[in-house]
Design a protein around this ligand. Structure first.
Ligand SMILES: Cc1cc2nc3c(=O)[nH]c(=O)nc-3n(C[C@H](O)[C@H](O)[C@H](O)COP(=O)(O)O)c2cc1C
Length: 356
């Protein structure tokens, strides 16, 4: 019952436009790690955590599978550019056709068809979503020597799904086996549609470490996020900040009696600093990362020649350069939700009233 509610909430969280169509969040074209890191991490995984995929990751994996990356062409190549592949998201709350142009899920069946996708491999039904790769071969070109063309196209979609999952710490496996007849009947698909492959997708059971031998893509993702965070604070880039900082993140700062939230909150503190030190910059000198936390050593420098006082002092044109240490905590979606700064000597001086 609990997971049925969560499954419905995942789709609901993605903004319902009509009873049958659910708009997905815009795919994040900058998420994940480098292609080489994703290739190193790619593997088949058959055990899934009992947890729904976030709407962002669901949107991302569908886009990677068969989305548009140009106005009329897609992330996946197809023979003769026929674009005959469709992807279905098979979930507890029903079966949905991915509308790549509209970035939406269109409900085609109310039933939980995951057992039909799983067939004789029950593990597959435990993933929160299975992506079903279908090909419409009604075009007469799919005869003779070209009768198998859509097989290759399906394989390319599968490769995209594997890489997206590897880059984002998700578990998946490409599967040929499934109950074809039951699925085609439930999805009301004609004989000219071939169900080629399916991909159960979910968070790995037991956390990312459970994937024996797999490098930690979450750790790499967090490191990459910190490199982008450096750009974000130095360029005061709110859009980038929104991608990196959870909107639920609460920051306690001396400048406000109540916590400041999200990217807006964080960057408003940086903006205050910039009023006193217009050229303030943070240089990321070193970092130590794991799947949940990144510790960063910053070199922070600036000139006290702005128009706002700082710690009770009026701007005096003097320049500072100092080492700052922060611990950043990351949530499951790879966003910063907590920042703890080492106050060091400043904390002592503040505590005894030497500085404000
Ligand atoms: C076309 C194709 C069909 C597959 N079908 C299944 C399947 O039905 N069930 C399954 O558990 N794995 C299936 N696999 C996954 C392979 O077993 C897996 O890729 C292989 O063992 C290599 O492991 P790796 O992906 O971790 O490199 C399939 C893979 C491919 C490419």
């Amino acid at each position: 019952m609990k997971s049925a509610i969560v499954a419905a909430a995942t789709v609901a969280a993605a903004c319902i436009c009509s009873a049958e169509t659910t708009r997905l969040p815009a795919p994040d074209g900058d998420s994940g790690v480098t292609v080489a890191q994703a290739l190193k991490a790619r593997h088949s995984e058959r055990a899934f955590a009992d947890k729904e995929l976030s709407p962002e990751l669901l949107s991302g994996v569908l886009w990677a599978a068969n989305g548009f990356n140009r106005p009329d062409k897609r992330t996946n190549a197809t023979g003769l550019n026929k674009q005959e592949i469709s992807v279905y998201a098979i979930m507890k709350s029903g079966a949905y056709r991915y509308d790549a142009k509209g970035n939406a899920l269109v409900k085609v069946c109310d039933e939980d068809l995951r057992p039909s996708v799983a067939g004789h491999q029950p593990f597959a039904a435990t993933a929160p979503v299975s992506l079903l790769i279908a090909a419409d071969v009604s075009d007469p070109i799919y005869t003779g020597a070209r009768s198998t063309l859509s097989n290759y196209d399906a394989g390319i979609v599968s490769g995209n799904i594997y890489l997206y999952c590897a880059a984002n710490g998700l578990a998946t496996v490409c599967r040929r086996s499934m109950d074809n007849d039951a699925l085609k009947k439930a999805l009301k698909l004609p004989d000219t549609t071939i169900l080629h492959l399916n991909h159960p997708v979910g968070y790995p059971a037991g956390g990312e470490d459970a994937a024996v031998g797999a490098p930690s893509v979450k750790t790499e993702r967090n490191r990459e996020a910190m490199r982008l965070f450096e750009k974000c604070i130095n360029a005061n880039d709110l859009e980038l900040g929104r991608r990196l900082i959870s909107e639920k993140a609460a920051f306690n700062t001396p400048v406000s009696p109540t916590p400041l939230y999200g990217a807006e909150g964080y960057l408003s503190v940086v903006a205050l600093m910039r009023r006193s030190f217009p050229d303030v910059q943070w240089k990321l000198v070193d970092m130590v990362a794991d799947e949940k936390t990144v510790a960063v050593q910053w070199e922070c420098s600036g000139t006290f020649n702005g128009d706002a006082p700082f710690a009770g002092l009026q701007p005096n044109g003097r320049r500072f350069s100092t080492t700052v240490m922060n611990f950043y905590s990351f949530d499951d979606d790879g966003k910063i939700f907590k920042d703890v700064a080492a106050t060091g000597i400043a904390g002592i001086l503040q505590g005894i009233g030497a500085i404000k």
